[in-house]
Design a protein. Sequence first.
Length: 234
Amino acid sequence: MTPTPTATLVARDWAEIQERMLVPLYEAVYDRLEVGPGDRLLDLDCGAGLPLLLAAGRGAVATGVEADPARRALARERLLEVLAAPPEPPAPPRPYDALLAFSPAPAALDAALPAVRRGGAVVLADWGPAERCTVPSVLGGGPAPRDLDALVERAGLRPDGSGRVFCPFGYADVDSAVRGLLSTGLYDATDDADGAADVVLAEKELAEALHPFERSDGAVWLPNIFRYVIARVE
């Protein structure tokens, strides 16, 4: 499938503006797992591939899974291995040592688990406590954080620790913030009569919601806490 021009622009906003906001989360998880040379990682919803690049910088071999064709194309431009869907059973000749599933859908998690070795790590992450996260309120409430511990139990995994990471979303100006946040796909924009999102209205509403977080120099600062849990494949 060839991405539409609009989809490509949104994907580029993700790659150029938004993707880096989660670097503290990626780095904290990699530190916790002691990711290094020889480790094999599988990353669900890898976007344009930044988490894969960070893992590769530590010597790991990282493969991504990204359903969105525009983001997948950008990741492949970075010479990364990115699949459209998790590998199908049987497991690859050498199973993965770790699975990264930030904001995971249960079905996608189930599909990817067979590719992880016994004893391998599974990392789930999502928004932290509502009172510590600014972005969901700016996005009109946004999706409710998933119960990560319940996902671990449902998947039959063994809990092995958790942590919280400060991930502020900082932008040079309101325009950059609007473009970055819209690229997440989390903003609940009003649909017009034809069912298509009114992008102009969404941009206006989001810009107005961001004004309380605009600093004197025009920059926008949105503090957030993310929570992650680590589990092991039995």
